[in-house]
Design a protein around this ligand. Structure first.
Ligand code: ZN
Length: 186
């Protein structure tokens, strides 16, 4: 089922999400809905809070990008970044901030502990695009959006667009959670 996406200034996006204790049918259904909603919106990553579930779960699928055709879809539960290396700047966007792009500086490699869709534990190093998307999605679990990590001057230059999203004036080619509290204070 395609779930509408929560957008900038919706309170659920500012919460610290709760860890999952295990997998049950409702979590499996949520994971399916997340992949469906993400692909419907042509996204490469989605965190559960973006569709209104404040839990530490995210999905990634970058195989739609030309250079990553062989990349496998990933389910990441209760992620914990153990170590980081390097740093680079890349332009990011977000399904929750429709129509806005901006440069964000992040570590270029991460060592991550997480559980998969079977609740099996993994510790692995990620680099490149996957490391970038993982960090963006993990931020969502801590109530942080990529615009919060932009340089102050860049951030000021997009404030009008952000205000328009808050005011409910922005449409996207995928369903947005229009029942969200329009104009809610962050
Ligand atoms: Zn995002």
């Amino acid at each position: 089922m395609i779930i509408p996406i929560n957008t900038y200034s919706d309170p659920v996006l500012a919460l610290k999400a709760k860890p999952l204790r295990g997998i049950d049918p409702s979590v499996e259904e949520l994971i399916g809905n997340m992949f469906e909603s993400m692909r419907n919106a042509s996204g490469i990553g989605l965190a559960a809070p973006q569709i209104g579930s404040s839990i530490r779960l995210l999905v990634i699928d970058i195989s739609c990008m030309d250079s990553y055709k062989d990349a496998k879809p990933m389910v990441v539960i209760n992620p914990r970044i153990l170590a980081v290396k390097g740093r680079n700047v890349m332009e990011e966007g977000c399904l929750s901030v429709p129509g806005v792009m901006g440069d964000v500086s992040r570590p270029s490699a991460i060592n991550l502990h997480y559980r998969d869709e079977h609740f099996e534990e993994h510790t692995a190093e990620f680099t490149g695009m996957i490391a970038r998307v993982l960090q963006h999605e993990i931020d969502h679990l801590d109530g942080t959006l990529f615009v919060d990590r932009m340089e102050k001057r860049d951030r000021r230059s997009i404030q009008k667009e952000l205000d328009a999203i808050t005011d409910g004036l922005v449409r996207a080619e995928y369903p947005l959670a229009r029942d969200a509290v329009v104009g809610a204070k962050r």
